[in-house]
Design a protein around this ligand. Structure first.
Ligand SMILES: *Cc1c(COP(=O)(O)O)cnc(C)c1O
Length: 349
């Protein structure tokens, strides 16, 4: 069991502060027949006149049974982006603490570090897009509170090695934030359950990708009950709307069939892309997108756009010169993409 000294890691003001409380935190489920005159709501019912459940128990029950984890280890956010921001604010003192990210990776980590006045140290992935553990360890000092790892990583698409992640968890005495936004596209087991052995791990997942609910805005953090309590202490009380909670509680979480289609489509797409003369490399992908290297990313990006296809140009990212990231679409969308690419190729013959 990896222990962690939260009193040392948590921002002083967060340890000392009193959280906001609402009158409805003072009793539990049994609200039948009660008259609510505590929150200045409009009393006339229209389905949405009451504040939503600030602890989101019904959603947590559903997510907990889906992921096989108890509800006292779950935090929900308005997208995982909100949770990432809460993590900075629980642990990092502006102007004093620092975080570490591993580019090329998801852009929000460093944006949130800047927004919160936190120094962010960047340690590039190695040429196989794996974490360089010894370089990371060299960057750690007494003020390093957070390391962000993203596996499968965005935009490279690959899973990080289990040994790499394990060795960071063992050797870093701060918090490791493991972003598993794309884990449901892989056959790899999530760290949610095996991660319980590490008190310094926060696993982040989202309903925005595999679950097909980007519009709902629901992110999830899985962590020790102590860290979960700290995130709840500072989160906005009503951060998940009643509409979002209801939608999630009623939705079918069985996504297997769609994942299988996306995987198959990815294989077909890669096979054809390998034949395209302006594509110089296709990186292996454990996610629902592929990173490709082309002869001239800005030019190819523009040509695709002129034909009504939007991909992500990652040319400016370190180690991603001339790279484009392409999400796997529906079979029809992928067919159109391949037709457009073939048209672009013929134009130049
Ligand atoms: C898409 C994505 C997210 C999702 O963020 P939400 O706010 O939950 O939509 C998180 N992390 C990574 C790496 C992503 O690519």
């Amino acid at each position: 069991m990896k222990k962690v000294d939260l009193n040392r890691l948590v921002r002083n003001s967060v340890l000392k502060m009193k959280p906001y409380t609402s009158a409805r935190d003072e009793f539990n489920d049994d609200t039948e027949g009660m008259i609510f005159l505590d929150a200045n709501e409009n009393p006339f019912g229209n389905g949405l006149n009451r504040y939503p459940d600030s602890k989101q128990w019904a959603v947590k029950k559903k997510i907990g049974s889906l992921k096989g984890i108890s509800e006292d280890r779950i935090t929900l956010g308005n997208g995982s982006d909100e949770i990432l921001d809460l993590i900075f604010r629980v642990f990092c003192d502006p102007g004093k603490d620092n975080s570490i990210t591993l580019p090329p990776t998801y852009g929000m980590y460093s944006v949130l570090a800047s927004l919160n006045g936190i120094e962010n140290r960047e340690v590039l992935l190695n040429s196989d897009f794996q974490p360089d553990v010894s370089q990371i360890l060299k960057q750690i000092d007494e003020h390093t509170k957070l390391i962000f790892i993203c596996s499968p990583n965005n935009p490279t698409g690959n899973l990080f090695s289990e040994e790499g992640i394990r060795s960071l968890l063992n050797r870093f005495n701060g918090i490791v934030v493991l972003d598993e936004a794309y884990i449901d596209f892989t056959t790899q087991e999530s760290w949610i359950k095996k991660g319980i052995a590490f008190e310094n791990l926060i696993v982040i997942q989202t309903l925005s990708k595999a679950y097909g609910m980007a519009g709902v805005r629901l992110g999830m953090a899985f962590a020790s009950p102590e860290i979960t309590m700290l995130l709840h202490k500072i989160k906005p009380p009503y951060n998940i709307s009643a509409l979002a909670q209801e939608k999630v509680v009623l939705s079918d979480m069985n996504i297997k069939n769609k994942i299988v289609i996306i995987q198959k489509e990815k294989e077909v797409l890669i096979k054809v892309l390998l034949q395209v003369n302006f594509i110089t490399k296709i990186y292996p992908s454990d996610a629902n997108f592929v990173l490709i290297r082309v002869d001239d990313a800005d030019k190819r990006y523009r040509q695709l756009l002129e034909n009504g296809i939007v991909v992500r140009n990652r040319n400016q990212y370190p180690l991603c010169d001339n790279c484009l990231r392409i999400t796997i679409g529906t079979p029809d969308e992928n067919k159109t993409l391949l037709e457009v690419i073939s048209k672009i190729q013929k134009m130049e013959l």
